[in-house]
Design a protein around this ligand. Structure first.
Ligand SMILES: [Zn+2]
Ligand SMILES: [Zn+2]
Length: 374
């Protein structure tokens, strides 16, 4: 089958910016050197533009995982344009299709099933989805967002000002326009391009699947480090409306920290979280699947299989009970019934269930150890 036509604008942009980053930037470093201001500006702009994509394009606009103050939106729209990944409207439209039809080669715009190169950058080099963007019908909500439409309608101008105007102006302030343009302009752009593209490529190939195996998305702490927290992509594909990708407090997710930090000062609100109960159950379900597959390979493991199922059923039951009680306790606390009898009773029940759940988790772990010891 004949391949669709090349998109020359994209191809030239990727080739020229990569050549500058790989050839001119090292040459400049050797011949002239970069000063601290240039290096720090570049790092700041890597985070600013990268997180405009992850916190803005991705979690705010594509998934509506939280609401943001208009000033925050404008800043994210500017930073997103500086990352040169098309307008918010276009990006979000692609991304919503990616989630809805993940891994379906004929629908998912960056389907990982078409290979690492395709998911990383290949999909942008040819007119693979030329027919799709007549009306952005999966983003009607975003078409009502003034910031989104302003950025979409003036995308080219904003993108050019942010990528040429800003670095050159900063360079003028620092006394070297060319050096700042090379490092904070072009080198920064190429870095942010590839680390954000990793989310579509590597994060669908490399890592663990603790929450679901219904798609190719993976959780990977190393990738999370380079992708502003989006390496926890397995979690993200099952609980896409959660403002967090790294759901555990210790998981490296600066995008989540930014969103929560802004909430403290009132600039973001309505941060959406998936109920803990669903997360815990998804995890247990995946553990069951994996251990069952392992035990199915063992000879005469009928008894072990039965005890695994038994412990799993108990675990699910205890999770349900625990979270139902936790919810009721929170409701009572909200009503500020400080010393009511019901609250005391619930408090006691909650602690008891928590303890029981921890014991059950230990038993669940023990049957796993039995299975994996063979
Ligand atoms: Zn994905
Ligand atoms: Zn997403």
């Amino acid at each position: 089958m004949k391949k669709p036509a090349l998109i020359m604008t994209n191809l030239l942009m990727f080739v020229i910016t990569s050549l500058i980053a790989l050839v001119l930037v090292p040459l400049e470093a050797i011949s002239h050197g970069f000063d601290t201001v240039e290096i720090v500006t570049t790092i700041v702009l890597i985070y600013f533009t990268g997180m405009s994509i992850t916190a803005g394009y991705h979690r705010l606009w594509s998934h509506k995982a939280y609401d943001a103050n208009p000033v925050v939106k404008v800043i994210l729209a500017l930073g997103g344009a500086m990352a040169i990944q098309n307008s918010i409207l276009h990006w979000a439209s692609d991304h919503r299709v990616h989630h809805k039809h993940v891994d379906e080669n004929d629908k998912d715009p960056y389907s990982a099933k078409k290979g690492l190169w395709y998911a990383h950058i290949g999909w942008m080099l040819r007119e693979y989805q030329a027919t799709r963007y007549a009306d952005y019908s999966n983003c009607r909500d975003l078409q009502k967002d003034k910031v989104v439409m302003w950025q979409h309608n003036h995308y080219l101008a904003i993108m050019l000002i942010m990528n040429f105007g800003v670095p050159i102006a900063l360079g003028a302030l620092n006394g070297d326009m060319w050096g700042m343009f090379l490092l904070a302009g072009v080198f920064r752009l190429v870095v942010v391009h590839h680390v954000t593209f990793f989310i579509n490529s590597l994060a669908h190939f490399w890592g663990r699947q603790p929450y679901t195996d219904k798609n190719t998305a993976r959780d990977n702490g190393i990738l999370a480090f380079f992708t502003f927290g989006e390496g926890y992509h397995n979690f993200h594909h099952i609980f896409e409306y959660d403002y967090r990708n790294g759901v555990k407090w210790w998981q490296f997710d600066p995008t989540k920290w930014l969103i929560r930090g802004l909430a403290y000062v009132g600039l973001t609100r309505n941060l959406r979280r998936c109920p803990e109960e669903r997360i815990a159950k998804a995890q247990a379900e995946m553990q069951l699947k994996k251990v069952q597959a392992k035990v199915a390979m063992l000879p005469d493991a009928e008894g072990l299989m039965q005890s695994i199922q038994h412990e799993y059923d108990l675990l699910m039951h205890k999770l349900t009970e625990f979270y139902a009680t936790k919810k009721r306790l929170l409701e009572i606390k909200k009503k500020r019934l400080k010393r009511s009898y019901e609250r005391l009773e619930l408090d006691f029940k909650y602690r008891e269930l928590k303890y029981n759940l921890a014991l059950q988790r230990q038993k669940w772990l023990a049957v796993h150890q039995l299975a994996y010891a063979h």
